[in-house]
Each structure stands twice: as C-alpha cells, then as structure tokens.
Design a protein around this ligand. Sequence first.
Ligand SMILES: Cc1cc2nc3c(=O)[nH]c(=O)nc-3n(C[C@H](O)[C@H](O)[C@H](O)COP(=O)(O)OP(=O)(O)OC[C@H]3O[C@@H](n4cnc5c(N)ncnc54)[C@H](O)[C@@H]3O)c2cc1C
Length: 487
Amino acid sequence: MKTYLEPANTLPIYDECDVLVVGGGAAGHSAAIAAARAGCEKVILMERYGYFGGDVTGGYVLMIPALTWRKYSMVRGLQEEWFTRLDKNAPGSYISPRLDEAGEKTPIKIDRWSMVHGCVSLDSEDKYLVRAPYYEPNQLKLEMDAMIQEEPRIKVLLHSWGTKPIVENNTVKGVIFESKEGRQVVMAKVVIDATGDGDLYSQTGAPFFKRASAATRGDKTALVWRMGGVDFEGFKRWAADHPELAQSFQKELVKTAGYPTAFFPTDRNDVVWFNNWLPNLDCANLEDIKYTEFTVRNSIRRIIKFCREYMPQFLGNAYLYDIAPQLGSRCSKRLDGEYVYTRLDIACANKFDDVIAWHSVVPMANDGTPIELPYRCILPKKIENLLCPGRHLSADDVTIDGITLISQCVGTGQAAGVAAAVCVLEGTTTHNVNIKRVQKILCEEQDVPLPRQENTDPELVRELEDHKYGTMSAIAKKIRAEAGLDW
Ligand SMILES: Cc1cc2nc3c(=O)[nH]c(=O)nc-3n(C[C@H](O)[C@H](O)[C@H](O)COP(=O)(O)OP(=O)(O)OC[C@H]3O[C@@H](n4cnc5c(N)ncnc54)[C@H](O)[C@@H]3O)c2cc1C
C-alpha cells in the first residue's frame, strides 16, 4: 500500500471533561446518562450522526427480546425507562406484554401474543408472556433526545467523529475528533468507547479480536427497511395454519432477494420490518459497507413486487414505507479484555464478583434465565481510563452473538457510565475502581437488578436455583459436553 506521512499539527482543545463518551448508541447514550446521574460534574457525549440510538433508531432494529423471565423483570434501569417514558409521552408507539403481564399464562393472551415473535416463552410447554417491546424507532429517537437534554451535566457534540485516542503511558487522556469545524481535541479523565466497532480502543495498544465466527449473525451485515400496506397478523395466522406453504413462501422470498432475509412485526399491523443477514461481511470495511447498501436497496422493488404477487390476500397492497438511514452494524472488532466471555459462562451459569448486568440471552441457550456479565468484559487489558461497553465488548467469536442484544448494550453502557463516575469521584482508575460502589449505585439508585445485593429479589433467586439457572437446557448440555464437562 502506498503511504502518506501526515505532518505534525497543533490542535485546539475544544473542551475538557470528567467523562467523554464517544458513540451515542444504546450503550453510549446510557453511559452518558448514567455517569451524569451518578454525580459526574461534566460529561461529553460525542456522536458522528445527528441523533442518538445507533442501531436502535437509525438502524431500525426495533425489537428487544427477553426483558423478563417468568414473572420477574431483571432488565430495568435505563432500558425500561425508554418504555415508561414512551408510555407517557408517545402512547401507542410500542407494543409488548406489559411488565405486570410478564409470566401470565391466560390462553387468550397467549394466543394474541403468539403472533409476535419473542412475546411468548419458547422454553416450556407451559407457555407464558415475555416482555419484548417492538417500538417505532423515530419515536424512540425523540425520547432519547429528551433524556439527554434533561441532564444539565451532559454536553453534546453531534456530527462529530472520534478519530484518535490520546494515550500517554498507557493511560487514555482524551480524543481527537473531526467535524465541520475541523480537527480538535476533547480531554477527559475517563473515556468510554461506545462506537460499537472499537474505533478508539483499537488504536490504544489494547489487544482486540477481529470478526466474529462465520457461523454467527455477527459476521453478517444488514440494511433494514420497512414495508407498509400489509396485514401482518393475517399473514402469521395463515402461516401457522399452512406451515409448508409458509416455508415455501420464505424460500422464494430469499431467492427473490438474493440474500437471507425475513420480515418481522412492528408496532403497527400494517407495517413490517425486513431484517437481513448478508454473509461474510464486515460492517467496518468500506467495500463491504457499500456492497450491503447497494445490494439491499437494489432488491427492495423486486421484493415488494414478489410479496404483492405471491401473497395478495395479506401483502397485496405492499409498498416501500422507508429505509433505515444507517447500516445495521452487528460486529467488526471485539475487545480482548480483562475477561473474555464464553459459551461456557452461559452453559454453566458462571457467577462473577464484578457482575454489572444480569440479563437474559437468546432463550434457547438457557431457558431465558439471566446470565451475569462481568465488568472485566468492558475493561481493556493494559490501558487505563478507558471502558468499552456495547456490541464490541470482550467475548469469544461465537458468544458475542448472544450478549450484544440491545438490552445488554444498554446494561453494559449504564454500568460503564457509573463506573467512570466512581473513578472520577474517588480519584481512582478504571482498573482499580471500587466495584462494590458501582454495583450499589446501579442497584440502589439506578434501578438495575443485580445478584447477591442487599435488594436482590430472594423469590427470583429461589426460582432460578430450583430451575438450575437453565443449565439443563439441551443447548447448555451440548456446550458442556463439547467442552468435556460431564454434568
Ligand atoms: C440488523 C440487526 C438486527 C438486530 N436485531 C436485534 C434484535 O432484534 N434485538 C436486539 O436486542 N438486538 C438486535 N441486534 C443487535 C443490537 O441492535 C446491537 O447490538 C445494539 O443496538 C448495539 O448498540 P451499541 O450502542 O453497542 O452500538 P451502535 O448501535 O452501533 O451504536 C454506536 C454509536 O456510535 C456512533 N459512532 C460510531 N463510530 C463513531 C465515532 N468514531 N465517533 C462518534 N460516533 C461514532 C454510531 O453512529 C452509533 O450511534 C440487531 C442488530 C442488527 C444490525
């Protein structure tokens, strides 16, 4: 490759702060709010686009699975706050079983929600309702704006790309960023890389992994779009009555698209979202990004024509509703952090003293029971005063798929914000943070349930223990057997 030697340059320091969060997606947005609420005097949230949410607003990923297990709600905090706020400020902008309906088994409700993927448990014959919201992404965008603007301690930089970390003696001191105003610097006591693609940590000298396994969703790119003019529930009931025909429809749909795709419900019966999985591509590689944008957009008219022709009774009036303004990004780089999360952690229900999030993963893996995510998964090796929550956290090349759901990105982001605040308030570093205080603030002040805390729900723990934390599921047994564990 030819090279160009960039001349040394003196850059203006745009601002200084306690905590700088780069990337305003589910993880970064949560980190900034959590840091401010935990007492940081000055937090800066830097985002390359003009709004917050990343995949969840601009990427039109509009469904969050498994917020409850049986009747228990483990994923509250900022994640549930999105929906209590939407209930108040934009009623009707999402659908889901309510929190107080979680675990209900009334047949009429099971029938109503069985049309909506993820809202009824998969793990048991005795089916129950699960909280799994499907939301209107633009309404969430407005709400995420409001949440930030209500925090006077957060200063926002929009349309600003964090391009280079400033590292001295293995300690991050700030970030160089680029915007319409040129190249400038923000200095910070703690930096949170919430870019999703390790844009910053990959330049600090901290070790990181590349690309997820080809067998995972993480190795596939996407561009989500929505189709209007449909009767989703009619289609689903027809599909349930005609499983073979439905399978054949799905096969033809994929053939028409030229890549794996399927549609899912939204908050409205007359609109569906098309998820897609373009294989063996990197969401941070320029050629792969261009290929994804063009390939999906080139196929949209073809798909709509196919839907109208093949399914006139439910999709006959189909039309292009809209296309997500940004690429759906799953996984490019992964942190090789102080702890690398593995499938065995799920299959063995491993417990961690530094647990910061207690969330369900894909329900099949462990019957939807919560797993413990440790702080060390967002902590880079070697480098101080940098935290890395969200979809680029530290996990092996397969397990990354199971622990980067939206709720886990919100959860690790919220925890990163609190941890950064504790570092600043106590004058410590990210490797020496008082993790007990972080857990206490999360649990007692920020409504984040964690295990083994003073306010942990004993009834939930008893029920989890009776259920052996889901470790007897077929998948968990298979993972243990593959690892040579004989239980
Ligand atoms: C198509 C698709 C379908 C999915 N389906 C589901 C699902 O059904 N349910 C579910 O729970 N999860 C799903 N996921 C996963 C989930 O959406 C993501 O893992 C999660 O939203 C990632 O959040 P994040 O904040 O870590 O990253 P992102 O959402 O990628 O946020 C990163 C933010 O940082 C900004 N940014 C990036 N680089 C820079 C930079 N250098 N400087 C400044 N800003 C920067 C971006 O603009 C963005 O706002 C899906 C993902 C995709 C792509």
